[in-house]
Structures are given as structure tokens and as C-alpha cells.
Design a protein around this ligand. Structure first.
Ligand SMILES: C[S@@+](CC[C@H](N)C(=O)[O-])C[C@H]1O[C@@H](n2cnc3c(N)ncnc32)[C@H](O)[C@@H]1O
Length: 239
């Protein structure tokens, strides 16, 4: 690939802002310093304004090499402070978990929750919508999880929502036939949007609206429930 292509820098997704900064609480910073070398993937970044959340589109990873074994891979998109990730990775040591998150304090927080580096977890500090277009081999994920993506409830912000037809195609390429994309949200309008997008997408068919088996109650679920919102779980199967 020629130099200009390798450094191609596609526009970043608008599903997140950098508001709130990148400052880590001391205990999360300590965990970051202890575990980042082992657990955070060091990937080549494109040059440019959004280089810190981009991944060179020419770069590929081999999950077998990253985890040093062959095991079912869960890709979690927007792992936040790692509640679902740490819960699931602890209960399924026979599965591997790759968490993509743009918010470094969340990654530090997740590491602090682990109480030691979990060998079946890796983090990538990156915009998932961009990175997943090229990073992983097709069909390499057993499941993909997107729990409580930022709802962007205002009409003028709907275009920032992570779940879109384009993103559905990106995720479809990661999952083999029969594999699952699990989603959860506490925003009825976003749940309807997810249904509309994925029901209309030829790669996906609705498999379940039951609670995802490894999804714990998190801050976002509690906040939604306390505000009187219904929690919606969706599992779509790769057709
Ligand atoms: C509302 S939080 C939910 C976190 C977590 N899934 C949970 O249930 O606790 C959404 C997370 O998605 C992350 N996020 C948003 N857009 C993203 C993107 N394009 N790539 C990776 N992470 C993203 C945000 O930084 C945030 O931490």
C-alpha cells in the first residue's frame, strides 16, 4: 500500500465527543500504568486531527496471535467503564474479549475493576465505527456487544447515533453466519431505531428480545430504570 493510502484518514464518527477530557482518577491511572502495556493494543495511528482514536486502515490484527490461543471472541463496542466486560470475562475465561472504547478514563476504570490483568481481555482505544472496518479478519467475532450506546435523543443529533445501516454492515462483516450482535438500550426511541435499521438490513435477523445472558445491571441500566424507562435487549443473528 502506498504511503498516502496507508495514512488515509477517514472522517471520524460523531457518536462521541471528547467532552469530559482524558483525565483519569488516581486509582484508574495507577491501573492504566500497571496493565496498559499488557492489555491495551498498541496500534499504528493515522496522522491528523483525530489520530488518537483512529487506526491505520492498513493495519490488521490476528485475534489468535493477540490472545495466544484460539477461542470464541466477543467484541464489545463502547465498553465504558467495563462493567459488562469485566463481569463477562471473569465468568467466561474460555472466551476472549476485545473492548473498543474511545474514552481512556473508562479503560482505566475497567482495569481497576479487574483486580489483576485478565488474560482474556484486550482494549483498543479507538473509534469502533472506523477501526472495525478494517482491523479484524472477516467472521472472526463470535458475538458483538453494544450495550447502552449514547442515545443522542435530540432530533438534530440522531445522525450521531452509532447504530446505522453502514455500521450494521461493518458489524455484519465481523460475525460468521449464525453469530450474534447483542444490543441494549434504555431509550425507547433508540430501541425503535435499532429495530428499524436491523430489521431492514439483509445481513441481520432478530433472534431474541430477552436479556443478554452475561449482561449485568450497570449504571446506565439503573439510571434508565430509576427514570421510569424500559430496558430493551435485542439480539440479532447474522443471516
Ligand atoms: C453510554 S456509555 C455505555 C458504556 C457501557 N457499554 C455500559 O453499558 O456501561 C457509551 C460508551 O460508548 C463509547 N463510544 C461512543 N462512540 C464510540 C465509538 N465510535 N467507538 C468506541 N466507543 C464509543 C463512549 O465513549 C461511552 O463510553
Amino acid at each position: 500500500m502506498s504511503e498516502p493510502d496507508a495514512l488515509r484518514h477517514p472522517a471520524r464518527t460523531r457518536s462521541f465527543t471528547r467532552r469530559g477530557g482524558r483525565m483519569l482518577k488516581q486509582s484508574h491511572q495507577d491501573a492504566w500504568e500497571r496493565y496498559a502495556e499488557a492489555l491495551v493494543l498498541d496500534v499504528p495511528r493515522p496522522r491528523g486531527a483525530d489520530g488518537s482514536t483512529g487506526v491505520d486502515p492498513a493495519y490488521r490484527i490476528d485475534p489468535g496471535q493477540v490472545f495466544g490461543r484460539s477461542a470464541p471472541l466477543v467484541v464489545e463496542i463502547g465498553s465504558g467503564s467495563g462493567d459488562a466486560l469485566v463481569h463477562a470475562a471473569t465468568r467466561r475465561p474460555d472466551w476472549d474479549f476485545l473492548a473498543l472504547e474511545v474514552w481512556r478514563p473508562g479503560i482505566g476504570h475497567a482495569m481497576a475493576k479487574m483486580g489483576g490483568p485478565l488474560p482474556n481481555v484486550r482494549f483498543l482505544e479507538a473509534d469502533a465505527a472506523l477501526a472495525l472496518q478494517s482491523l479484524l479478519p472477516p467472521g472472526s467475532a463470535h458475538e458483538v456487544w453494544t450495550f447502552f450506546p449514547d442515545p443522542w435523543p435530540k432530533q438534530r443529533h440522531h445522525k450521531r447515533r452509532l447504530v446505522s445501516s453502514d455500521f450494521a454492515a461493518t458489524v455484519a462483516a465481523l460475525v460468521p453466519s449464525g453469530g450474534l450482535w447483542r444490543l441494549a438500550t434504555d431509550w425507547g426511541a433508540y430501541a425503535r431505531h435499532m429495530r428499524q435499521v436491523l430489521d431492514a438490513h439483509p445481513a441481520w435477523e432478530l433472534a431474541s428480545t430477552g436479556r443478554a445472558p452475561l449482561r449485568p445491571v450497570t449504571r446506565f441500566e439503573r439510571r434508565g430504570t430509576e427514570a421510569g424507562r424500559e430496558i430493551v435487549d435485542l439480539a440479532y443473528r447474522r443471516a
